[in-house]
Design a protein around this ligand. Structure first.
Ligand code: T46
Length: 134
């Protein structure tokens, strides 16, 4: 990954004759204790989400169904990552402008966060974000 604030990690799979089981565990795919889990689903066709950065929040994003493209910008370069497998997770550190595009109709994006929801942690203006990282 271009930025050290982004890391694609393997989600261990324990499949057997009955089907699949995927594991996000502290010390495994998860490098931080989880304080909040949310999931994004039912996104309307053509809709993009995000358009903000976080000051401190770290998150692990796993697309447990369907697909989505995440665009991440660290103030210098932009990287696009397609998540389309529940065997991969994307770790996203703070200090990244994030956008989510190209949601498939069946997309369920599960996000594990290291903090409770705090509106004060959001930077919602791209200009303010760029000013904060230069
Ligand atoms: C992120 C990307 C990947 C809450 O009340 N609690 C929560 O934990 C969250 C995540 C959101 N909300 C409220 C705030 C808004 O009124 O739910 C509404 C939708 O949230 P937002 O517009 O921030 O959703 P996205 O999809 O643009 O961004 C979300 C996360 O907020 C953000 O942290 O990194 O997903």
């Amino acid at each position: 990954m271009a930025s050290e604030l982004i890391q694609l990690v393997d989600i261990p799979q324990r499949g057997d004759a009955r089907g699949q089981l995927s594991i996000a565990e502290l010390g495994g795919a998860l490098p931080f204790p989880v304080r909040r889990v949310y999931w994004i689903h039912g996104t309307k066709p053509g809709v993009s989400r995000g358009f903000h950065a976080h000051k401190e929040l770290r998150q692990l994003c796993v697309c447990v169904a369907g697909s989505v493209r995440l665009s991440l910008f660290d103030g210098k370069s932009e990287e696009s990552v397609v998540l389309d497998s529940n065997a991969k997770g994307l770790l996203i550190g703070p200090g990244l402008w994030r956008e989510m595009h190209d949601f498939s109709p069946d997309c369920v994006l599960m996000v594990f966060a290291d903090s409770e929801y705090k509106e004060s942690d959001y930077i919602k203006s791209k200009e303010d974000f760029i000013r904060s990282v230069i």
